[in-house]
Design a protein around this ligand. Structure first.
Ligand SMILES: C[S@@+](CC[C@H](N)C(=O)[O-])C[C@H]1O[C@@H](n2cnc3c(N)ncnc32)[C@H](O)[C@@H]1O
Length: 347
């Protein structure tokens, strides 16, 4: 299904771009005025459950405006996976999230939404403990890498066979047809290159751009702010670890993970989580660089094994094996040089 792109860079250029894929505000008082909540009703309903709840009293400073609803959305506590209690305006627009308070009634933990994103990481609230993740995660937390990502870094992936964002988006949309009208989560969204395209497409009731990097999410916020067509869209920014997805089981219709699996600390934990949060019939689409393909010459294969083994650059059979072992079905893929787009579905 991919367009045939006749890119055949020398192996060294492809390898360089593959390695580069790894290398890589204080909250404003108010959101930009253009992000006022839309008065228009959503055209489609979320498939995730929305329930009334009176289980918890939120801290006074987190109290939301009078027009608030007390509800759970798709969000769950990353510690116990119980639905988060949300107090504030409904929806996934940036202002609605900003003006909402999120709390786990079981863990009694509150999750801040007053930066440019909603922080749903387990370490929220720790005062002494800090955690350093592996380099594939830490690298992208840097402000400079986040700034450069859509300003040249991502474009270099074409040397490894990536068709480029427009074509990758078109291919992903084909796989996502069964999930149209639902909730899409762009896991490891970076600065939101694809999340913004999914939101603009109007094909989904809501889009959540999720990443572990605070600076990628801040950069994504800046891009959204610059784009009038996104100002009222149901596009939320969430900080979370892919190995601990803050969603209720079966609450998500579609998950996209572009150029990401090779950066994750544990691809198996991540895929298990993706499988958990997808609803029956939900679709997962990912892309990555393959360690090598059957057409890779033996000498290059050897080099790639040596250079790339310490990272999670997988072979296609490993990806397929992992997806199926996490309970996903209907595996399919498109391969072009080192680029692979793969898809699988929750039965
Ligand atoms: C190469 S970028 C891909 C960005 C974008 N999806 C794309 O297609 O260009 C990889 C992203 O994975 C994110 N990432 C790495 N480890 C992660 C983790 N443990 N949880 C969530 N995201 C993670 C990084 O912050 C980074 O934004």
């Amino acid at each position: 299904m991919a367009a045939s792109v006749t890119l055949s860079p020398p192996p060294s250029a492809a390898l360089r771009s593959q390695c580069r894929s790894l290398l890589p505000v204080r909250p404003s008082a108010l959101l930009h005025p253009q992000f006022r909540p839309s008065s228009r009703p959503p055209t489609r309903r979320f498939s995730s459950r929305i329930q009334a709840s009176s289980a918890a009293t939120l801290q006074p400073e987190l109290e939301a405006p009078r027009t608030s609803t007390l509800a759970t959305g798709p969000f769950a506590c990353p510690v116990c996976y119980e639905p988060l209690i949300r107090k504030g305006p409904p929806g996934l627009t940036l202002p609605a999230i900003y003006r909402s308070a999120f709390k786990c009634g079981t863990c009694n933990k509150t999750y801040p939404s007053k930066d440019k994103y909603l922080d749903l990481t387990v370490t929220v609230g720790t005062t002494k403990y800090t955690e350093n993740k592996p380099s594939g995660t830490e690298l992208f937390r840097s402000p400079i890498v986040s700034f450069l990502y859509e300003r040249g870094w991502r474009q270099s992936f074409t040397q490894g066979g990536f068709p480029g964002p427009d074509e990758e988006f078109r291919m992903a949309q084909e796989y996502f047809k069964p999930a149209e009208g639902g909730l899409l989560v762009d896991v490891s969204c970076g600065s939101g290159l694809f999340a913004r395209k999914f939101a603009k497409s109007g094909a989904y009731a809501g889009v959540i751009a999720l990443d572990f990097s605070e600076n990628m999410l801040r950069q994504c916020y800046e891009f959204i702010k610059e784009d009038d067509t996104l100002s009222n869209s149901n596009l939320a920014l969430v900080r979370a670890d892919v190995s601990r997805l803050p969603f209720q089981t079966g609450a998500v219709d579609a998950i996209h993970a572009g150029a990401a699996i090779h950066c994750w600390p544990s691809p198996s934990n991540a895929i298990a989580e993706i499988s958990r949060v997808l609803r029956s019939g939900g679709v997962f689409v990912g892309t990555t660089f393959l360690r090598y393909t059957p057409s890779t010459p033996p000498i290059e294969r050897l080099i790639r094994e040596m250079v790339l083994l310490s990272y999670s650059f997988l072979l296609e059979e490993e990806i397929k094996d992992l997806l199926l072992s996490c309970g996903l079905t209907n595996y399919s893929s498109t391969v072009q040089q080192s680029f692979i787009m793969f898809s699988a579905q929750k039965p």
